[in-house]
Design a binder for this molecule. Structure first.
Ligand code: ADP
Ligand code: MG
Length: 639
């Protein structure tokens, strides 16, 4: 066996550097955290060439005395921790005392620092962790640290670096993250001589987020909730503004950016059944909890944490976000495009119109958190609604169907029983997420924030119901609204979805995979009201369907269910179940383009106007948008 030796300080630091100092962005993160811990109210970050050749962080914090400045670069040198007990309740960003040692080991450093009490400051130069020059200088209070030629002595690490633009981009993200973590600090960030970010340091998260996200920020929903000594504050996206990835989910725990599956799950649970498949909410959320309820010492870069009570954390985030989403009573607005021929800017509908830029801070800042729809979006949205729901039916069949519905009272009854039933539901029928009173429109009307009476004006394009209430008009997408109502009803009645026997069993031909998937889930399908039987040749025999579903839609629904099941194979049972319920609700709901009589529409409107849970269809499209009197007055140049 070779002889065992203890590694030299330098080699040990190089190894540690591998964990803490992965790339320029991680250096910047550590230095910014040190500046925050030093109590700085202003931090300036500047990089050149993606931070590989030059990286400077300046702060106006407490600075270091000459001796401290030298000690700071030793491994496990920290002023933030004295003994093991301190580890149990860490209130600072740093505490491991290894960042400066690790960074110094792989770069050339210039440090200038001065404490407010002293006349002069200290200037140090280090090469690969060794102090090579030391002098007294005149400098402002605080600390400036310059890192040059990162990884100059570790070519292996250097090889892992990406192009400067990529590394620089990561630094930008790291600065943005710190700016959101510490709205009380003014951050200035320059990249290759150009100022990229400047936050005001007001202590208000909204202000910082505005500088980072620009106009997108105005569309977010504010979250503010407290549970015992846990608080959640920040912003989440509306279900309609969901993103194609989770990149825009930012979580802070006691001001520290963290990655946590638990937090993601809690956030997304609040959006359950409001998002399209493959869409994710965006958020900037701060969770604050007692320092001893979280362990931050589980990862070298401190980006992971362990919670004392995962359930408390989950509930706090979940209900905080859910509450915020439910509380938000404003509905998306119709958006008019400004006519470029007008120069009168007062005619433009706010800063969202036209060529407002991301830097257009002053105008957008005061906007309330509503989602506006551009004319383009509105067009796409209405086009989608008009064309999407009837993929399998030709126009003639649809008309016949519509007429059938109009003349056949039982069909009408059946379609509308779920929403118009005047009887009090059983206790267990009352959905958990909806206040119990929501099933009693009379009482609810008293308790809703809006008590102004409404009037159904009529229907546009056989698709959108127009409702007037005070100074606002609403356009309700009748399909989306009915779909959501049915979905909620199905979901709360999960155990006993009533079904109807078909007069003659219906053979439905599917793909081999689809048929097999359906047949291996017969008991789940039965719970959902579908009785299927094997018929051979990739065909299943449908004997029974849910009461709410029309026979004509049954085959179509079954096909979609097979697709849901195939897609959801690896998902959790309740996620699959929700997907199946979406499908049934969608197929059973009235469609855009159908003719419905006034009584039917009124039933829908009543629900939408009184129930707080009816904001989005189960796929995340809005149910209702507003068109205010003010907006119209602007358009007609009356104001
Ligand atoms: P840690 O932050 O975990 O304590 P570091 O290696 O990052 O370890 O820093 C070592 C020490 O150097 C800190 O504890 C702090 O006392 C001092 N220090 C580092 N940066 C600054 C700064 N910008 N202003 C004042 N003191 C600093
Ligand atoms: Mg540190």
């Amino acid at each position: 066996m070779p002889k065992i030796i203890q590694l030299s300080q330098h080699v040990a630091n190089l190894i540690a550097a591998g964990e803490v100092v992965e790339r320029p962005a991680s250096v910047v993160k550590e230095l910014m955290e040190n500046a925050v811990d030093a109590g700085a109210s202003k931090i300036t970050v500047e990089i050149k060439d993606g931070g590989m050749t030059f990286l400077r962080v300046t702060d106006n914090g407490c600075g270091m005395a000459p001796e401290d400045a030298k000690t700071a670069f030793l491994r496990h040198a920290t002023s933030k921790l004295r003994n093991a007990e301190d580890l149990a309740a860490i209130g600072t960003m740093g505490f491991r005392g290894e960042a400066l040692a690790a960074i110094a080991a792989v770069s050339r450093i210039d440090l200038m620092t001065k404490t407010p009490g002293s006349i002069s400051g200290t200037d140090l130069h280090l090469e690969a962790g060794q102090i090579t020059e030391e002098s007294e200088v005149g400098c402002p209070d605080g600390t400036t640290i310059i890192i040059r030629d990162l990884f100059f002595n570790t070519p292996a690490r250097m090889k892992f670096m990406k192009a400067d633009t990529v590394e620089g981009g990561r630094v930008t993200a790291a600065v943005q993250l710190q700016a959101l973590a510490h709205p009380e600090v003014a951050f200035v960030y320059l990249r290759d001589g150009k100022q990229i970010l400047s936050t005001p340091g007001t202590g208000n998260l909204e202000d910082a987020a505005y500088c980072v996200y620009g106009r997108d920020q105005a569309k977010m929903v504010k979250v503010e909730s407290r549970w015992e000594n846990y608080t959640v504050t920040g912003f989440v996206s509306r279900p309609t503004d969901a993103r194609p990835s989770r990149n825009m989910q930012t979580f802070f725990v006691n001001d520290r950016p963290v990655r946590s599956k638990l937090l993601v799950a809690a956030l997304e649970e609040a959006y359950r059944n409001q998002l399209m498949v493959g869409k994710f909410p965006a958020c900037v959320l701060h969770l604050r909890l007692p320092a001893n309820a979280v362990d931050v010492n589980v990862h070298p870069a401190k980006t992971e944490v362990k919670f004392l009570s995962e359930k408390a954390v989950f509930d706090c985030i979940h209900y905080g976000v859910l509450g915020a989403l439910n509380k938000q009573t404003d509905r998306p607005q119709v958006q008019f495009k400004p006519n470029p021929a007008y120069t009168d800017t007062s005619l433009q509908t706010g800063a969202h119109a036209g060529a407002a830029t991301a830097n257009d801070h002053a105008t957008t800042k005061k906007e309330p958190f509503f989602r506006t729809m551009t004319a383009e979006e509105f067009k796409n949205f209405s086009a989608a609604v008009q064309t999407a729901p009837q993929p399998k039916k030709d126009a003639a069949a649809a008309t016949v169907h519509a007429v059938e519905r109009q003349v056949s009272a039982p069909v009408q009854e059946k379609i509308f029983t779920p929403v118009s039933m005047p009887v009090m539901p059983d206790k267990q029928e009352i959905p958990k997420t909806i206040p119990a009173e929501s099933t009693e429109p009379e009482q609810t009307a008293m308790e809703m924030p809006v008590e102004i009476p409404w009037r159904m004006v009529g229907e546009l394009y056989n698709s959108y119901i127009l409702v007037e209430q005070g100074e606002e008009a609403f356009l309700i997408d009748k399909h989306a609204a009915h779909e959501r109502i049915l979905f909620e009803k199905l979901k709360t009645n999960q155990e006993e979805i009533s079904s109807q026997m078909l007069l003659s069993p219906l053979p439905v031909r599917l793909s081999a995979e689809g048929a097999a998937e359906l047949l291996s889930n017969t008991s789940m399908l039965l719970e959902l009201g579908f009785e299927v039987e094997e018929f051979g040749d990739n065909t299943v025999l449908l004997r029974q369907i849910p009461m709410d579903l029309d026979t004509a839609d049954a085959a179509d629904a079954l096909e979609t269910l097979a697709a849901d099941l195939l897609r959801g194979r690896r998902e959790q049972a309740d996620t699959i179940r929700d997907a199946l319920l979406h499908t049934i609700a969608c197929k059973a709901a009235i469609k855009a383009g159908w003719t419905n009589d006034e009584r039917e529409l009124l039933v829908l409107v009543k629900q939408v106007m009184t129930r707080e849970d009816l904001k989005y269809c189960p796929h995340g499209r809005p149910i209702c948008i507003t068109l205010s009197k003010k907006q119209l007055e602007k358009q007609f140049k009356r104001s």
